[in-house]
Design a protein around this ligand. Structure first.
Ligand SMILES: C[S@@+](CC[C@H](N)C(=O)[O-])C[C@H]1O[C@@H](n2cnc3c(N)ncnc32)[C@H](O)[C@@H]1O
Length: 228
């Protein structure tokens, strides 16, 4: 049901791009019940982004997080949002006024960006949309495009543990979200080469992993911290 609304096809027995940007915005507002700004503010803080930095948002969707990141890095910084969905990118462009915040079509597993192009890479609620066999490759791409010393923040949907809540997620959103293997994010990040890894949960339903690309400056000591 949710899948048909968002994807324009029955849900996500398989992952994929989201086709209906406005429906996604309505769904996000309802699912987060007024807590979206606070939750995404925590993601911004966890990313450790600072004024003047270059940020990449992978699977940016409608650009909500990208815009918040842009306000944090300011006009001296820049934010690039990447998503394969044409409607999502169009919506993001139409709703963005922040300086230096731009959007382009593209795939996480094959980023069209040179090595070391960014100081910070973020991704929220997107990894479970990547094809399962390409998730490790996508995180390797995040590593490649970060400069040495650059930081990654990977946040994704954490399924509930209880039986009835899990069944509800399954009924509404399908098996991809119900069984989302967020415990694999940290091994993927380690395999990609990230170090100084840490992870945690944010209410109501996010799990995150942070890491640093070895070399260069600005390791963990420069990262922001919040509690869930
Ligand atoms: C649930 S939305 C999250 C959007 C946004 N990051 C947020 O937090 O609101 C997931 C997004 O991942 C995108 N996506 C799907 N497959 C992708 C891929 N292979 N590479 C990058 N993004 C992808 C979808 O099109 C969709 O916009």
């Amino acid at each position: 049901m949710l899948g048909r609304l968002l994807h324009g096809r029955p849900h996500a027995a398989a992952p994929g791009a989201i086709g209906h940007a406005r429906a996604y915005e309505v769904f996000a507002a309802i699912a987060l019940a007024g807590r979206r700004r606070r939750l995404y503010g925590r993601l911004v803080a966890l990313s450790g982004a600072r004024p003047g930095e270059r940020v990449l948002d992978v699977g940016c969707g409608t650009g909500y997080l990208a815009r918040m990141m842009a306000r944090t890095v300011g006009p001296e910084g820049s934010v690039l949002g990447v998503d394969p969905s044409v409607p999502m990118i169009r919506y993001a462009r139409e709703h963005t006024r922040e300086a230096g915040c731009v959007f382009t079509e593209g795939f996480a597993e094959d980023l069209d960006a040179p090595e070391s192009a960014f100081d910070v890479v973020v991704t929220s609620l997107a990894v479970h949309h990547f094809p399962e066999e390409k998730r490790g490759q996508a995180i390797k791409e995040m590593f490649r495009v970060l400069r040495p010393g650059g930081r990654v923040l990977i946040a994704d949907f954490r399924p509930p543990v209880g039986g009835s809540a899990q069944r509800l997620v399954g009924a509404l959103a399908g098996p991809v979200m119900r069984h989302n293997p967020v415990h694999l994010l940290e091994p993927f990040a380690r395999e990609a080469g990230f170090r100084e890894l840490d992870s945690g949960d944010l209410r109501p339903f996010l799990h995150y992993v942070r890491g640093v690309k070895p070399g260069g400056q600005a390791g963990r000591g420069c990262r922001g911290g919040v509690t869930g």
